[in-house]
Design a protein. Sequence first.
Length: 273
Amino acid sequence: MSDLSSEETEEAEANLGEYDGERNSEGERHGRGKAYLPNGDTYDGEYEHGFRSGQGTYRFRNGACYTGGYLQNKKHGQGVFFYPDGSKYEGDWVNDQRHGYGQYTYANGDTYTGEWFNHNRHGQGTYIYKDTGSKYVGGWVNGNQEGEAELIHLNHRFKGKFLAGNPLGRGKYIFDIGCEQHGKYIQSEQDKGEGEEEEEPSLLVAPKWKASEITKLTLWTPHGENPPSPREASLPSFDEVSSEVFSPARDAGEEDEGIREEEENKQEEQGEE
């Protein structure tokens, strides 16, 4: 998605083809008009000094269509692009490229809503998978899932870091039943060859999850009704988790102690009766 596809490459008019519309005193296309280009494309919209500038609709002979802003023959500003395969982009354009904020609906029904840079998904954005309903919320770099993010499924979520579309490093799975599984994704040993220690690890084989501990829920989540308490709000991020906060032994010990106290109280009450 980094390169402009053929259906997005528009022909620079330079007074080519037929034109029906307004002109200025110099004879340039200026104002409102419609052009029929030699390659079969058409443009109906505004011109300034011979260039497509302002609002207009460009129809490609292959079925693609763009409606939106132009600046000197380049898509610029807000616009909607309909692709021949049924996909659609609606959002910001700069110098003929998706750049800024926008939503792309893919041919398979998936959607990406977020930031764009030089025609690529780049920055913060949400990708929703239509088939499963799962969604990725977080960072993107040059079109790939990268940085801190949350992968949300039907009854559980993964919160961690991603690199080139794969989770890598520390993270945790948060289950709706009320517990978390902490651990990290590591590259398989088979991905590393001799003398390749200094090279980037191969990402052809997906990293494997290595669990370390299971705890009770410790952080407020977006699904919660109430905001986090001051103590929870001050907790460190998942990759800097303190063993004091997430110690399963401490949490389990406190819970067991409370149960024992309840049982002893019941026994004492029964004895008094």
